[in-house]
Design a protein around this ligand. Sequence first.
Ligand SMILES: *Cc1c(COP(=O)(O)O)cnc(C)c1O
Length: 396
Amino acid sequence: MTYVRRETFLPFTRPVIGPEEIEEMIDSINSGWITTGPKSAKFEEELALYNGVKHCLAMNSATTAQEIMLQVLGLQSGDEVITTAMTWVSTLSTVVLQGGVPVLADIDPKTLNIDPTRIEEMITPRTRGIIPVHLTGLPAPMEAIWQIAAKHGLWVIEDAAQAMGAHYTGKKIGSDPRSIMSVYSFHPNKNMTTGEGGAIALHEDRFVDRIKRLRFHGIEKDAWKRFAKDGSPHTEVMEPGRKANFMDLQASLGLHQIKRLDGFNARRGELFHRYLELLRDIDGLMLPWAGDPIHGHCFHLFVLRIRPEILGMDRDTFVQALKDENIGTGIHYRPAHIHAFYRDYYANHPHALPEDGLPHSEWSGERLMSIPLWPGLTEEDQDQVVATIKQVIAKR
Ligand SMILES: *Cc1c(COP(=O)(O)O)cnc(C)c1O
């Protein structure tokens, strides 16, 4: 393909929202009921059904869902949770906000997910749980993680924010009862969206009432029902709670997005494999692993790593050169421990990092970038991304 510069900027992702979603939102607006109500309850049922879990509890974001999960599990000040630096910072920040200590284990450079062989050395008497992240939509090695957790009496929470629709040994990601809870995100960049939004998936009944009240002012029972004709006008506050409820406007998007999710993910998979073909012969690029066929990647991101020594430029220069040619990229992620707050934090909590540091997280973190991938991306767009990458490399 001869190179022709794109006229308009191509973002690295964008949500795909159709007329059904829009009509459903208009229906909510016209009904006079736009916040938490029957559509939110229906959406939670659909989510639980889709994921094969007993309960899915929706709220304003996956980040709030993470905070509430840790509170419900009784994380105490000084308790340690083992996770990965290669994640969105909320995985760590929610632990810190709850008074806990996020202890980091390095990644497997092949997958960018936590390396289970590096977990046990980080366990101390204060360790309470493990939070694996299914980065890019590629399932983390759960079998090994569950074994370690069982051996040491730890809980597992799956950060499945990027992984709605992925599978692990035949089950939907986040649905195995060996994980006490899992969290999904419906941020616009994720594989399905409700604008903003997130959900907790769990099998056990005993946490449900507490989670429901913590997401809405600490009020007992579904408070929105008090506005209905047969509802009680009284509320009872049982403890201080958040204002983190999910809106029917969000559910209007979600009820249709969830029906389209498998189709979205299948298209993402086609585009992902097409990138692998088109970029295969370019020296200086390391392409992502497409995943173990017995598990199901949901192709949230196409994260490639560049080899600066071959390309003669660093990642940030490469990203800027693509941007100058109207190709957007993302960085998922700079490892969490190198952000300003966490540099100080880990200097003060040296035992929360491995003795040899996180060399694989840092190595990949300097080289990685996400190129455009979403279900509405056309093959023409994709050809242009590839041609631009080749052009930037040829012009260096
Ligand atoms: C997006 C994301 C989150 C946070 O989700 P929000 O709904 O935006 O709060 C948490 N963890 C990971 C890995 C994510 O990608």
